[in-house]
Structures are given as structure tokens and as C-alpha cells.
Design a protein around this ligand. Structure first.
Ligand SMILES: Cc1cc2nc3c(=O)[nH]c(=O)nc-3n(C[C@H](O)[C@H](O)[C@H](O)COP(=O)(O)OP(=O)(O)OC[C@H]3O[C@@H](n4cnc5c(N)ncnc54)[C@H](O)[C@@H]3O)c2cc1C
Length: 463
């Protein structure tokens, strides 16, 4: 493996755009051909004088399969200067970046090293998380092991939180590790539930993000409660609250209700949201169907006033904006999607909501070699929901544009799809399907969801 240059940006600036000549006298460009002096020295001088190791195809990817052997000239010319290795860095193991790892494994970009930087060594797949709570999956089934995946794909992995991003000097700073330089970077760090300062400062508020640590944080609090109740069972039911009545909150509430049922735990489940209705953006028919299901399953709704505070002295209580106080022994925070705090340290233009302002080519609107995908991007001219499916569809455009950018070719544009298939797990082997006004609550909807979700995770699981 080649050693990366100490300052890749400088090297990149010195990168020959053309004008070099191979020993056979044919013009070559720095971006097309790499000369490996060590390999050439080791080769039989009589027969092999130049070995071209990586031959970049028209699309900017390299086909490493066969080295091309050229004829020896009569007098050896001086070795051409080494072509600098470009540093491509992916920040965050979001949906778009995971796919890029697999595509890199199939066809890497010539003369480029790929590094993945991410806050956790594991990815927990959000689509399977509520069903895991309900006991329909084991935690291992929804987890992706990044060290194994990166090793299989030939990608360097740094597990740390990026908390400063300086596009001018092309430097990423971390919580613990030394800073990293890059030539081109892509950011796919997702979003976090709204009101981060509030849920960060109360132990009883368990945010769904970060996803990889959610199950563990949930289990600690849940066990505590179950033990408390078993030691001193009182007449009052335990109060489990999910904050947020979007798709994630509703799914979590239904799956938790199933979970407590199986544990025979005397608990009430309630959803709280500042909106007046659940499932904003879903077909009215689906909303009615889910409201009925929640009633049948005994999940209460407190709608129309957001949570303003949490009083965790004594019996934990949520204080709503309208002054109402709701006892809450266990709270799962799944309200909305906000920019992660780390973005404060990313010196890039932001939208009024605080996400990274991004062109339809997925390049930051600043004139810098930085791309953005998934929830952390707010696209110019499009208001798209914060959902994993968009990040999935952005991945091929992102991959194409990273290659185009490195090869100095024009970038292509991403067009968001109109609407998408939504499948909500009910935790009992059924699911609710919502697609372009059509709605169904059935076990076949669950089978479809299960098939899609397992298929997605399997692509990245290394046994
Ligand atoms: C319970 C639940 C269920 C959901 N179900 C669905 C569903 O069925 N379908 C759907 O489309 N959407 C669903 N969503 C929404 C979906 O999870 C998000 O929209 C989606 O994960 C966003 O994807 P992303 O690619 O932008 O980033 P993510 O998938 O969130 O990935 C972000 C990555 O960046 C890493 N990271 C974060 N900060 C940093 C940092 N500072 N430095 C380095 N790395 C960092 C994280 O560790 C993570 O690996 C669900 C959400 C929840 C909470």
C-alpha cells in the first residue's frame, strides 16, 4: 500500500494535469496513470521497464485487474515525479456513505485513498430498531460492524466524532484523535431529535440518537424501572412516554406497547407531540387507521402542546408548554429532526434551520471540495423530508460526483423522488403501509418491510 503524502492538499495542488511522458514517449496525465518505481526496479530490466499499475477508466474509476506492460525504450528516461495520492474522506456512516464503501470495493478511484470517519464503530439500522424493541429481531440483526466492513472494502476507518471542519485549510478535527487533512470530503452525519439541549441534560430522557447506543441506554433505564416496581409494586401503573408523533415515535410506541405486554409490565404508553395530529405528511386514511390502532392498543395521545421541560427531582415529570405536567417514568425522545450539535463547528454555509446548504449536485453551496448527503443536507430549491430513503437515493449521484470532481468533469444533478413507500412496524408481526394515498394494515405489509430491511442490512454485514 502506498504511503499518503504528509500534506495531500499541497500534493494535490502540485498534481500534474498533463504533460508527463511515459518511457515509451506517449503522453500521460497524472490522473490517468501511476508509475510505481519500486515495482519497476523489481521487474526484469530487459523485459519490463515500466509497469502501469492503475489505469483510470473514462469514468474515473480504476480497474486494478491487469497491469499494462510497455516496451523498453533504448535509453532510460528519468523517472517521472510520483503522482500524489488524493485523500477522499467520508464523514459519518450514513446511508449514502455505506453504499459508497461497497462501490469502492467493486471499483476504487485511481490514485486516491478513502477514509471513513465516524462517531461509532457500529451502525444500528433505524428501520429495524422499533421491531428490535418489540423482540422481533435480535440486536445483532440490525447492527453493521464498521471495522469489518471497512476492512473488506479496503477503506481506512477512524472511529471518532468530527467536531470541527475547516474547508479553507481542508482539515477535520476530532474529539480525541489528531486532525486529518483531506482533498475532497463528503458529509453524511444524519440528524438528531429536536431540543438536543433539553434531552442531553436529563438522564430520564432517552434520545433515539445516537442509534448505536440506544438499546443499551434504554435497557439500563428499563431494568431499573422493572426492578423498582417488582420490589415495591404499587397500585399505579408505570408511565412510558414517547415524545414525537412522527413515523419513528408512533412505531416506537406500538413496539414498546408490545414489549411491555410480553413482559407483563403494568405500564401505560403515551405519545406527546406539539402538533395537533399524528403522522404529519401521511395520507389521511393512514392517520385514521393508526389513530384507531393506538386506541385499541391502549396508547394515549397528548397532542397540541410540546414538552417545555423535564422535572426529574422525585417522580420524573414532563412539563408541557401549556403548563400541564405528565408523570413519565421512562421517556423516549423521538421528536423531529434537528441538526447535530457538531455542525456548529463545521465552517460551511447553513440553511435557516441549521443544516448544511447544499446544491442539487450535493456539493456544499460554498465553493469548496465538500459534498453533503442525507438528513444533514438542506437542498437548494427542494424541501425534502428527513428520511433514510432520500439518503439511499442520493448515494449513486454522490458517488458519481465524487468521481467527476476528482476527474475534473462536470457534476450531475440529483432530483428527489415524489413521495416514498412508508412501512410502520406495529411490533406484532403486522405493519402499516402508506404509499401515494394507499394504506393497508396487514401481515403482508410486515413481510415486505422485513424483506426490505433485512436485505438492506445484509449488504453491509460481514460474517
Ligand atoms: C426509530 C426510527 C425509525 C426510522 N425508520 C425509518 C424508516 O423506516 N425509513 C426511513 O426512510 N427513515 C426512517 N427513519 C429516519 C432515518 O433514520 C433518518 O432519516 C436516517 O437515518 C438519516 O440517514 P443519514 O444517511 O442522513 O444519516 P444516519 O443514517 O443517521 O447516519 C449518520 C452517521 O453519522 C455518524 N455521525 C454523527 N455525527 C457524527 C460526527 N460528528 N462525526 C462523525 N460521525 C458522526 C453517526 O454515528 C452515523 O453513523 C427512522 C428514524 C428513527 C429514529
Amino acid at each position: 500500500m502506498r504511503t499518503p503524502p504528509t500534506d495531500p492538499s499541497d500534493e494535490l495542488r502540485r498534481s500534474p494535469a498533463g504533460g508527463q511522458r511515459s518511457r515509451s514517449g506517449k503522453p500521460i496525465t497524472g490522473e490517468q496513470v501511476e508509475f510505481d518505481a519500486v515495482s519497476a526496479d523489481e521487474a526484469d530490466d530487459e523485459e519490463l521497464h515500466a509497469i502501469i499499475l492503475e489505469d483510470e477508466d473514462e469514468d474515473g474509476t480504476s480497474s486494478e485487474a491487469a497491469g499494462t506492460i510497455t516496451e523498453s525504450p533504448s535509453t532510460p528516461a528519468p523517472a517521472p515525479p510520483p503522482v500524489p495520492v488524493r485523500q477522499l474522506v467520508l464523514i459519518g456512516a450514513g446511508h449514502a456513505h455505506l453504499q459508497i464503501l461497497n462501490w469502492w470495493r467493486e471499483r476504487s478511484i485511481a490514485n486516491t485513498e478513502l477514509t471513513m470517519v465516524t462517531a461509532f464503530g457500529q451502525v444500528a439500522y433505524a428501520g429495524m430498531l422499533p421491531s428490535t424493541l418489540a423482540g422481533l429481531y435480535t440486536p445483532e440483526e440490525m447492527l453493521i460492524d464498521l471495522p469489518k466492513l471497512c476492512e473488506r472494502c479496503g477503506v481506512r476507518l477512524i472511529v471518532d466524532r468530527a467536531n470541527r471542519f475547516d474547508p479553507e485549510n481542508r482539515v477535520i478535527e476530532f474529539a480525541h484523535q489528531p486532525a486529518l487533512k483531506f482533498d475532497v470530503a463528503s458529509i453524511n452525519i444524519g440528524s438528531v431529535p429536536a431540543e438536543e439541549p433539553l434531552w442531553q441534560s436529563h438522564r430520564v430522557l432517552i434520545s433515539v440518537k445516537p442509534l448505536p447506543s440506544f438499546l443499551q441506554r434504554f435497557a439500563v433505564r428499563f431494568r431499573e424501572l422493572v426492578e423498582q416496581w417488582r420490589m415495591a409494586p404499587g397500585p399505579e401503573l408505570l408511565q412510558i412516554v414517547v415524545v414525537g408523533a412522527g413515523a419513528a415515535g408512533v412505531e416506537l410506541a406500538l413496539c414498546l406497547e408490545q414489549h411491555k405486554h410480553e413482559l407483563e409490565l403494568p405500564a401505560d404508553v403515551r405519545i406527546i407531540d406539539g402538533n395537533k395530529t399524528i403522522l404529519n405528511g401521511f395520507a389521511p386514511r393512514t392517520v385514521r387507521r393508526v389513530e384507531k390502532l393506538l386506541r385499541v392498543r391502549g396508547v394515549d395521545l397528548s397532542m397540541g402542546s410540546p414538552v417545555a421541560d423535564c422535572d426529574d427531582e422525585g417522580v420524573p415529570t414532563l412539563v408541557l408548554e401549556n403548563g400541564e405536567r405528565i408523570r413519565a417514568d421512562l421517556v423516549i425522545w423521538a421528536a423531529g429532526a434537528s441538526p447535530p450539535m457538531a455542525l456548529h463547528g463545521f465552517e460551511l454555509p447553513k440553511s435557516p434551520r441549521g443544516f448544511l446548504s447544499t446544491r442539487t449536485t450535493l456539493q456544499s453551496i460554498a465553493d469548496v471540495p465538500v459534498f453533503v448527503a442525507g438528513d444533514c443536507a438542506d437542498l437548494e430549491f427542494h424541501a425534502i423530508p428527513k428520511a433514510g430513503v432520500y439518503a439511499v437515493r442520493q448515494a449513486p449521484i454522490l458517488w458519481q460526483n465524487l468521481q467527476n470532481f476528482l476527474a475534473r468533469r462536470p457534476l450531475v444533478e440529483y432530483t428527489p423522488q415524489q413521495g416514498f413507500l412508508r412501512l410502520l412496524s406495529c411490533g406484532d408481526g403486522t405493519a402499516i403501509l402508506d404509499y401515494k394515498g394507499f394504506s393497508s394494515h396487514s401481515s403482508w405489509a410486515w413481510m415486505l418491510k422485513d424483506w426490505i430491511d433485512r436485505g438492506w442490512v445484509k449488504k453491509f454485514q460481514v460474517k
